[in-house]
Ligand binder design. Structure first.
Ligand code: RIB
Ligand code: CA
Length: 313
């Protein structure tokens, strides 16, 4: 079965790995890439999305989106993690293509309306484009097949604050709207992405299998891996964004739960995703008022990492 997807992204080293899967996997029909600031500014994100598609020899629409969060001031991009160019500061070939004339939110709205009930929206950056699409056309909640978001944390704690994951922290106001919009939604957060490690051996296989695209994936991986080694003591990197696609195509590798999500938008907990399991009573009902969603709680991390390498090798 083929899954038509829109892939919303801030490439970014781990985004690039996931984009490669979206471009190459035979069970995915990539309808378009939509870009957002996050790991890089949005112009760089668009440039990198165009480049990765060109390196794969694919013509895929790339629509540029959010340049900043909805409400809060934008944090500087994490150049020490992804490089100033988002791809590990390696030298990159020139890009020939141009972005779609539509904005990312308009592209999302048009695409969901053109194929109601068919398209899965996979988002792996700050979710401002999804919030803006909801504002443009609230009826898309009933047109999307599913929304899969790499972001948040249920029990794992945060990666940019003690409690917040980066994509949620970068635009908590957008996240609060998107996670409670009432569309079918699965959250793939740090509880599972931190269990997956893409090793040097995995990347060597990917480099060998992906030609010019493989050179960029491997070169940027080396930079990203240095960050993981220095700051987290891991030999390899967490392929966060690829996990969203792994959930879509290999859900049997994950365990999930159902419940209600909310997002803290200010204060020390800014960007924290708060999960109230379905049917569980708390001292007040307010945490259980939001629509039911699915969250990932566990994963066979080795199998997901191998799946990524096998897909791209
Ligand atoms: O927290 C992990 C997320 O933040 C990933 O999407 C990664 O690309 C970074 O943006
Ligand atoms: Ca990302």
């Amino acid at each position: 079965m083929s899954h038509p997807i829109i892939f919303d992204t801030d490439p970014g080293v781990d985004d690039a790995q996931a984009i490669a899967i979206a471009l190459r996997h035979p069970e995915l029909e990539l309808l378009g890439l939509t870009t957002t600031y996050g790991n890089v500014d949005v112009e760089t994100a668009t440039h990198n999305a165009l480049l990765l598609a060109e390196l794969a020899g694919r013509e895929v629409p790339v629509a540029q989106g959010a340049a900043a969060p909805l409400v809060k001031a934008r944090h500087p991009p994490p150049a020490h993690i992804h490089g100033a160019n988002g791809l590990g500061d390696i030298a990159l070939p020139p890009v020939e293509g141009k972005a779609d004339s539509r904005s990312a939110p308009q592209f999302i709205v048009d695409t969901l309306n053109a194929r109601p009930g068919e398209v899965t929206l996979v988002a792996v950056g700050p979710v401002g484009n999804l919030a803006a699409a909801l504002q443009l056309d609230p009826a898309i909640t009933g047109k999307v097949k599913r929304v899969v978001i790499m972001g948040g944390s249920i029990r794992e704690g945060g990666n940019v604050t003690p409690v917040a994951e980066a994509n949620m922290f970068n635009d908590p106001d957008a996240a609060a709207r998107v996670l409670t919009a009432g569309w079918p939604l699965t959250l793939v957060g740090l509880d599972v992405t931190h269990r997956c490690v893409l090793t040097g051996e995995h990347m060597a296989r990917i480099e060998a299998g992906q030609g010019a695209l493989g050179k960029v994936l491997a070169g940027s991986y080396d930079f990203y891996r240095d960050f993981y080694r220095e700051f987290l003591g891991i030999d390899g990197c967490c392929p966060h964004d690829s996990c969203a696609l792994a959930w879509l195509l290999r859900p049997e590798l994950f365990t999930t739960g159902r419940g209600h999500l909310s997002v803290a938008t200010s204060g020390d907990a800014e960007g924290q995703t708060i999960f109230a399991p379905e049917g569980r009573g708390f001292i007040e009902a307010r945490w259980s008022h939001t629509p039911l969603v699915e969250v990932c709680l566990g994963v066979d991390g080795e199998a997901v990492s191998d799946w990524i390498a096998d897909t791209l090798a």
